[in-house]
Write a protein that binds this ligand. Structure first.
Ligand SMILES: *[C@@H]1O[C@H](CO)[C@@H](O)[C@H](O)[C@H]1NC(C)=O
Length: 249
């Protein structure tokens, strides 16, 4: 009887351990599922850019996703409103965009932006169009506004509300994105553009910046002027996308 009850206890202990192991396994399974969902989320995001490379299409964002995928960012300025997105794209994605731009960078297609001395190249996909700019040593982009002032240039079909810049390369020296009027500084007429002073963002491969050219009330933010300091060493590749208040025509 004693032996039996001990056996019974041992059985109980054994099944206790067994249940514990099962729970542990199930918990492990769910946790790994969670992680793989997270990985799936980021893979999805990556795939969006990859489509540009392979099929020249970018699908619209989907609503009602089952989980929130995190896109980390940091506020770098409130005047203008500017946000930094580290590791927004992978090195392969950036190289893919550069290759696409190089393939299209024929002399007849080269657009030189006003005040810019880099080579620009517009890439149109089925859904979005963006520009790829290449700056070589000494090339720069004088500070300017992306928003178009209707009082000076007449009514426009659409307004550029914000701009997203994606650095496709590192730059050994120079080539920073500069906001000379950050926080209302340098706004007098004596500002020396050649000195490239103000809030400077050093290009870093795969990182992005989003900044607004308009206030929430739709008037132009005077501190949203920006430019590119001259490249001193290396080469700068950047993709830019204007975010408009009306769909691209
Ligand atoms: C729009 O908002 C800005 C910033 O808050 C403010 O300085 C400006 O006066 C506003 N403009 C109008 C027309 O309300």
């Amino acid at each position: 009887m004693k032996a039996k009850s001990r056996g019974y206890k041992a059985d109980l202990a054994f099944s206790g351990v067994f249940v514990f192991c099962c729970l542990f396994f199930i918990a492990g399974f769910f946790t790994s599922n969670l992680f793989s969902q997270e990985a799936y989320g980021s893979r999805q995001r990556r795939r969006v850019v990859e489509t540009v490379d392979s099929e020249f299409t970018i699908s619209h964002g989907e609503t009602g996703d089952g989980s929130i995928s995190m896109i980390p960012f940091q506020v770098i300025s409130w005047k203008p409103r500017a946000f930094y997105f580290p590791n927004f794209a992978t090195a392969e994605q950036c190289q893919g965009i550069i290759n696409m731009a190089k393939a299209k960078l024929q002399p007849s297609h080269v657009l030189l932006p006003k005040g810019g001395t880099g080579q620009a190249n517009e890439i149109r996909t089925r859904y979005i169009a963006f520009n790829v700019l290449r700056y070589e040593v000494g090339q720069k982009y004088l500070s300017h506004y992306d928003a178009i002032d209707p009082e000076r240039y007449g009514p426009q079909k659409s307004q550029r509300v914000a701009t997203f810049l994606l650095y496709l390369s590192d730059v050994q020296q120079g080539g920073e994105t500069v906001f000379p009027y950050e926080n209302g500084l340098n706004m007098d007429e004596n500002y020396d553009y050649t000195k490239c002073t103000g809030l400077k963002v050093k290009p870093h491969l795969g990182d992005g910046i989003l900044f607004y050219s308009l206030f929430p009330n739709n008037s132009i933010d005077p501190t949203s002027a920006h430019g590119s300091c001259p490249v001193i060493k290396g080469e700068k590749w950047v993709a830019t996308k204007w975010i408009r208040d009306q769909p691209d025509s």
